[in-house]
Design a protein around this ligand. Structure first.
Ligand SMILES: Nc1nc2c(c(=O)[nH]1)N(C=O)[C@@H](CNc1ccc(C(=O)N[C@@H](CCC(=O)O)C(=O)O)cc1)CN2
Ligand SMILES: Nc1nc2c(ncn2[C@@H]2O[C@H](COP(=O)(O)OP(=O)(O)OP(=O)(O)O)[C@@H](O)[C@H]2O)c(=O)[nH]1
Length: 432
């Protein structure tokens, strides 16, 4: 018997009151569900205004409806979209009506996208891009996610794949004719192909770190002695009273986080406990946390009281400013969270530093991609090494090429990814 998946439905827009709410239905019964709710289906992919009614003929809502035939929809299945008045009562009534129809059930998180993947409408990298696009809060995140959703990573991997398949074919041809006179030595061409792929892999691998930061955010820690004005500066940067400030040294103990959008880059600012020797147990824990988070941060901003020698060492690339610019006679390279002096200059320096790092990102965005590319790269360097040993070793080289191709195929989910799917889709919201 042919397996027919359930028809699924869910609210696709955010729950709660809204101008319009979209309920999506996908599966072989989507068209039936539409006919049951409002009669004759509209032209495919054309919006049409209809009265939705329950099984007893009572009105549920007046809605714009869309029908996508099989193979011509987001999921690749029949899809029905109901653009409802966005009230809790309307949405609940329509969801209840759908749940009472035979063969229909509520979708699991990410299940629409999972079907798009299973039906070949999206590859695995595009699914990741879609997840990132929905999570995107800043411009850099949106642009990066959209690139992956559009298939750029799959295209890149596909290009490498073609080159490696050509290289493998050249080797196979030589292997097949091993006992005969082979007129041409294929190894220069094969090495050329491998060399190109390897250098592009190396570039992409080196960009993943920056792309991961764009995805998850850069961390910037504000550090300095107690009372130097770290919390006051954080509040000025955040534009709100995120951290408690006081004249008592040792006020901040937990790490305070503030999310910001700096020129399109997602940044988490960290306010930390003032660094000093202390006998206070709780303050000591705070200082330990401050040191750990500062170490892991992408960038550190050190605030230093004029004429004081801090007992901590800025790393190269870190930013150093003198505190309390407003009470200094010479406020060069100083900043004040009270008067705002030097703040825009500080923000500019943080932004420039992080933008330079973000610019190193390529197309690949995840550790998963880096691992796959790294494995392919290892296979290719092994292949290149054995090629130099002569035609007797071409079989081994060809095997390494096949492994490299398999590694690259895992990027788009062509192989070896079944176990990943649950993990990837569990992060989706229902209705996506
Ligand atoms: N109302 C609505 N808006 C939406 C979506 C949606 O599902 N519904 N999307 C959902 O995420 C996004 C748009 N993405 C979509 C991607 C593919 C298809 C689609 O029908 N694809 C078919 C046909 C392509 C074509 O004819 O050009 C296909 O891929 O075969 C629809 C929406 C954002 N906006
Ligand atoms: N004049 C002046 N006073 C400041 C400035 N920044 C902070 N202060 C004052 O300095 C004191 C300490 O400020 P905080 O922002 O709490 O300092 P902190 O570095 O977070 O202190 P800890 O939590 O103890 O590490 C408060 O009385 C602030 O009002 C500044 O730029 N100029």
């Amino acid at each position: 018997m042919v397996y027919v998946p359930d028809t699924i439905f869910a609210l696709a827009t955010a729950p709660g009151k809204a101008g319009v709410a979209v309920v999506r239905v996908s599966g072989s019964l989507a068209g039936h569900a539409g006919s049951a709710l409002f009669g004759k289906l509209p032209h495919p992919r054309m919006a049409s205004l209809r009265i939705l009614k329950d099984a007893a003929g009572r009105r549920l809502d007046q809605a714009l409806v869309l029908f996508f035939p099989e193979k011509n929809s987001f999921t690749g299945e029949e899809v029905l979209e109901l653009h409802l008045h966005g009230s809790v009562a309307v949405v609940n009534a329509v969801l209840r009506e759908l749940s009472e129809m035979d063969g229909l059930r509520l979708a699991e998180p990410g299940e629409f996208t999972r079907r798009a993947l299973e039906n070949g409408c999206l590859d695995l990298a595009q699914v990741e891009g879609l997840a990132d696009l929905i999570e995107a809060e800043t411009e850099a995140q949106r642009r990066q996610a959209l690139r992956v959703l559009s298939g750029d990573l799959g295209d890149l991997a596909g290009g490498w794949r073609s080159n490696l398949i050509r290289a493998a074919a050249l080797l196979e041809a030589t292997i097949d004719f091993a006992d005969e006179e082979v007129p041409v030595d294929v190894s220069p061409e094969v090495l050329g192909l491998l060399g190109n792929v390897r250098s592009e892999l190396a570039t992409e691998i080196s960009g993943v770190e920056a792309a991961e930061r764009i995805r998850t955010g850069f961390e910037v820690a504000i550090l300095g002695a107690p009372n130097v004005g770290k919390s006051t500066l954080l509040n000025m940067l955040a534009g709100r009273e995120a951290a408690i400030t006081s004249e008592y040294a040792g006020t901040t103990r937990d790490v305070i986080e503030v999310r910001m959008d700096l020129n399109g880059l997602p940044v988490t600012l960290l306010d930390t406990a003032g660094l000093r020797e202390t006998t206070d147990h709780v303050e000591g824990i705070g200082i330990e946390r401050a040191r750990e988070r500062a170490k892991a941060a992408d960038l550190r901003v050190f605030l230093i009281e004029q004429n004081q020698h801090p007992d901590f060492q800025p790393l190269p690339g870190d930013i150093v400013r003198t505190a309390k610019a407003d009470v200094l006679s010479d406020a060069t390279d100083a900043v004040s969270g009270v008067s705002g002096q030097g703040v825009s200059d500080l923000v500019k320096e943080i932004t420039t530093t992080l933008s330079d790092r973000a610019a190193r990102s390529g197309i690949a965005t995840r550790e998963r991609h880096r691992t796959a590319m790294g494995r392919a790269n290892d296979n290719l360097s092994a292949a290149s090494a054995v090629l130099d040993l002569g035609p007797d070793h071409y079989e081994i080289a060809a095997e390494e090429l096949r492994s490299a191709i398999r590694a690259l195929d895992s990027i788009v989910g062509r192989v070896d990814v079944e176990n990943l799917l649950d993990e990837i889709f569990s992060s989706f919201c229902i209705g996506k």
